[in-house]
Write a protein that binds this ligand. Structure first.
Ligand code: HEC
Ligand code: HEC
Ligand code: HEC
Ligand code: HEC
Ligand code: HEC
Ligand code: HEC
Ligand code: HEC
Length: 290
């Protein structure tokens, strides 16, 4: 699962990347939608009123701040901003408010990986060994591959088109960032609320995915270029394509399929993820199917 990051950190040179702005003239609809998405604002420079140097996260759920601590280390701040609280609170996973320090040249490259998943193109180091992302946010070439050759000659050099991928391949593409288990050798425990944020993992544990002969992928329900849809109607329409008339013993009329079958899992202090392990749940436990 780390392969795409390894590629971002090492393989394709900066010059193979054109940047999203170069796609605008010829793919105006995708560009106009994508620039408003959470993907596009997954990484930014901190604003003057914000702490730190880098702001990770669009703010749909939370923003975590990162700055250079000294020559060899970066600091992930211990206080993040949460939309649900409209306030700062302890960053998830941090034992104290002092923040966590990461060495730039740590063999696990944890701080470089933050930038790799939240930006596009290779992550490089300046002469002063400061981290330099190529393009901020998750933009076109994170999913379509380096496309400078395509911009120069659209009909001869083709970017990656996920429309021609199988469902498993699409989930793998999205999963190169959305998976992220705590450690590479962890067997994921789906009763751990933290894993509710790893949608490819949870979706793959559901009967809808395993018994639909490869027809269910992330793009069945999500437009890869648009901001996250918050109305349930579109998601329910996707359910009904495969479950035209589900037989309920209990009264469910007028309610939303996803509210009951993809319930929200809360992770303190203020983030929530829809359980992508589509199943039958008791209202008291959004994690473990009945
Ligand atoms: C000068 C115009 C132009 C620019 C700039 C351009 N494209 Fe394209 N793109 C095209 C054309 C024309 C096609 C259709 C090519 C064909 O099917 O022969 C295309 C097709 C594509 C496809 C579908 C490929 C397939 O095999 O079905 C993707 C994905 C794509 N472009 C992404 C991008 C991205 C990402 C960028 C920016 C980095 C970009 N394009 C910049 C003109 C352009
Ligand atoms: C290069 C890494 C990367 C890839 C590849 C990627 N994502 Fe994301 N995605 C992110 C990051 C980082 C965010 C967080 C944005 C934010 O801060 O809100 C995100 C956010 C989202 C969101 C909005 C919800 C939220 O919490 O912000 C959806 C929906 C989503 N991604 C779906 C997809 C789908 C579907 C695919 C595959 C077609 C995909 N992603 C591929 C990194 C990626
Ligand atoms: C393997 C790829 C990956 C790495 C490494 C990564 N992120 Fe993310 N990050 C994501 C994705 C995907 C999301 C979207 C999560 C979601 O909403 O489902 C995200 C979301 C976030 C958010 C939004 C709030 C939230 O929790 O959803 C923040 C803040 C954030 N990441 C900060 C960081 C920081 C700081 C680091 C490094 C310590 C980091 N990320 C490392 C992929 C990654
Ligand atoms: C999170 C991943 C992701 C990002 C970021 C992304 N795309 Fe796409 N793109 C996709 C997927 C998935 C498809 C295939 C959708 C489908 O199945 O029809 C696609 C399809 C396309 C197509 C081909 C449409 C067709 O009819 O075959 C074009 C052109 C395109 N994207 C351009 C762009 C441009 C330009 C950007 C940046 C502004 C961009 N994409 C950003 C995932 C992404
Ligand atoms: C691509 C087709 C497809 C889509 C889309 C889909 N499902 Fe399913 N789902 C299936 C299949 C196949 C099964 C296996 C049992 C069966 O045939 O009913 C299943 C099983 C289920 C079950 C029983 C789960 C269990 O653990 O016993 C529930 C509940 C369910 N789906 C609800 C939903 C909801 C709600 C949605 C929309 C969020 C949805 N499904 C979307 C194909 C799909
Ligand atoms: C059957 C429909 C369906 C499929 C398939 C699906 N999602 Fe979702 N997804 C949803 C719903 C419903 C929400 C909750 C939307 C809201 O917040 O209102 C959601 C929310 C999200 C979010 C926001 C954080 C969260 O978990 O609430 C991300 C990120 C995401 N999906 C990524 C993915 C990825 C990656 C895949 C493929 C592995 C995928 N989704 C497949 C229905 C789906
Ligand atoms: C109020 C909560 C609720 C809503 C809304 C709801 N369901 Fe269910 N669903 C359940 C419960 C509980 C069960 C298991 C008990 C039963 O069959 O009534 C179930 C069972 C199912 C099953 C499995 C039936 C079987 O064959 O075993 C499917 C498929 C399903 N629902 C799909 C849907 C779809 C599609 C929608 C939206 C059109 C939906 N549900 C709306 C709560 C709900």
């Amino acid at each position: 699962m780390w392969l795409p990051l390894v590629m971002l950190l090492a393989a394709a040179p900066k010059s193979d990347y054109a940047g999203a702005a170069a796609c605008k003239a010829c793919h105006a609809p995708q560009y106009a939608a994508q620039i408003k998405s959470e993907h596009a604002s997954a990484l930014a420079k901190s604003k003057p009123e914000q702490p730190g140097e880098w702001a990770f996260g669009s703010g749909l759920q939370a923003i975590t701040f990162v700055s250079r601590a000294d020559q060899e280390t970066y600091l992930e701040h211990g206080e993040s901003w949460f939309r649900e609280l409209k306030d700062y609170a302890r960053t998830p996973g941090h034992p104290t408010a002092a923040g966590m320090r990461y060495r730039i040249f740590d063999p696990a490259a944890r701080i470089l990986r933050c930038f790799a998943c939240h930006s596009t193109g290779p992550v490089t180091l300046s002469k002063e060994e400061a981290i330099v992302p190529t393009e901020l946010g998750v933009r076109c070439e994170d999913c379509h591959g380096p496309s400078a050759a395509h911009v120069a000659s659209p009909s001869t050099a083709k970017p990656v088109n996920p429309a021609r991928m199988t469902s498993v391949q699409v989930n793998g593409l999205c999963g190169s960032c959305h998976r992220m288990p705590a450690a590479a050798d962890d067997t994921p425990d789906l009763r751990n609320p933290w894993n509710a944020r790893h949608q490819p993992l949870t979706l793959a544990a559901s009967r809808c995915f395993n018994e639909s002969k490869g027809r269910l992928s992330c793009t069945t329900c999500h437009d890869p270029h648009a901001p996250l849809e918050r109305k349930t109607a579109g998601y329910n329409a996707a359910c009904v394509k495969c479950h035209a008339s589900p037989k309920h013993k209990e009264e469910v009329a007028g309610d939303s399929c996803v509210r009951c079958h993809m319930p929200g899992v809360k992770i303190p202090p203020g983030i929530v993820f829809a359980n992508h392990r589509i199943a039958v749940f008791n209202a008291s436990d959004p994690l473990t199917p009945r």
